[in-house]
Ligand binder design. Structure first.
Ligand SMILES: NC(=O)c1ccc[n+]([C@@H]2O[C@H](COP(=O)([O-])OP(=O)(O)OC[C@H]3O[C@@H](n4cnc5c(N)ncnc54)[C@H](OP(=O)(O)O)[C@@H]3O)[C@@H](O)[C@H]2O)c1
Length: 294
């Protein structure tokens, strides 16, 4: 079997077009513009690229996209004050604090300081609780992107056995929460694997849908895939590559060539899950703006 290659870029662009249309209608009807503000602390070049991309993507769909740049020496009190100011700013519907933060700042504390109604990353404990109690407000963007890919590709998730490799708060756990729901693209039987899993290959080979989010290139081989399974590769790891101008390339977790011979459909890296993340983040910002007029 040769797997169909899932075009995440095309799906993301469709989602962004839908959002742009809805934003235009929203502005017309309510007379104000949905807005997201991203806070970045420090000089990490990769983080600055991600933040610029989010700002630009927001503006491209007609939203306000703003960035607050703080120095690496920013104190806990200064960052908490910035978050508090944004919490109180009615023109800001989504607040995102770019991770990682410098070591002297406690990421969990900062996330807890964000107004949960503006926590478009879906990482505040209140939003995690709502997701797992079936009352989702904001699901984290990457797992939402995975679910949307499955829906758009017509993958039957209901009743399927989905195996997720990785249990992070950002990807693995919220994805399990989404797929355990009862709506469209959900109602699956879900297994989550991690480094404590005894026989990973035995688990992954039982998957109708296999999602990998380990961040370890090559951690999923062709032998670990059940024939005909759908493989979603969330992993994006920078690997040194002297042949590239940038000096690196992005690698997924899955050995693509091997897995593509066994799977029925597979996401590439790059161009699979990655483009969906920003699209679903914008979706959350729009949801947040809508909730202020509901
Ligand atoms: N495309 C996107 O937009 C996007 C967004 C978010 C993340 N990502 C990528 O997705 C990957 C995962 O991100 P993350 O934040 O979830 O990472 P993370 O916090 O490092 O979590 C990785 C998870 O994988 C598990 N794991 C690692 N090696 C394993 C192995 N050999 N066998 C079984 N489980 C293993 C870990 O288990 P333990 O818990 O036992 O340590 C952990 O639960 C990264 O490459 C990241 O860059 C991409």
């Amino acid at each position: 079997m040769t797997a169909r290659i899932i075009d995440g870029k095309a799906i993301a662009s469709k989602v962004r077009e839908e959002i742009a249309t809805e934003v235009a209608e929203f502005k017309q009807k309510h007379g104000f513009t949905p807005g997201i503000t991203v806070v970045i602390v420090g000089d990490d070049p990769a983080s600055h690229v991600y933040v610029r991309n989010k700002e630009r993507a927001a503006q491209q769909v007609g939203m306000n996209g703003a960035v607050v740049k703080l120095s690496a020496e920013t104190t806990r009190e200064q960052l908490l004050q910035t978050v508090s100011d944004l919490n109180g700013d009615a023109s800001v519907h989504g607040i995102l604090v770019q991770i990682p933060l410098p070591d002297h700042l406690d990421e969990d504390e900062i996330v807890r300081a964000i107004d949960p109604r503006k926590d478009v990353d879906g990482l505040h404990p209140e939003n995690v609780g709502l997701l797992f109690s079936g009352q989702t407000r904001f699901a984290p963007a990457t797992p939402q992107g995975v679910q949307r890919i499955l829906v758009e590709e017509g993958v039957e998730v209901r009743g399927a056995h989905v195996v997720i490799v990785g249990r992070s708060n950002l990807v693995g756990k919220p994805l399990a929460g989404l797929l355990l729901g009862r709506g469209e693209g959900a109602n699956a039987t879900v297994t989550i694997c991690h480094t404590g899993t005894k026989d990973l290959a035995a688990e992954t080979r039982r998957a109708d849908v296999l999602v990998s989010a380990t961040g370890i290139p090559g951690s999923i081989t062709g032998e670990m895939v059940k024939p005909g399974a759908v493989v979603i590769d969330v992993g994006t790891t920078r690997v040194e590559d002297a042949s590239r101008k940038s000096g690196y390339r992005l690698a997924g977790d899955v050995l693509f060539d091997e897995a593509a011979k066994v799977a029925s459909a597979i996401t590439p890296v790059p161009g699979g899950v990655g483009p969906m993340t920003i699209a679903m983040l914008l979706h959350n910002v729009l949801l947040s703006a809508k909730s202020t007029v509901a």
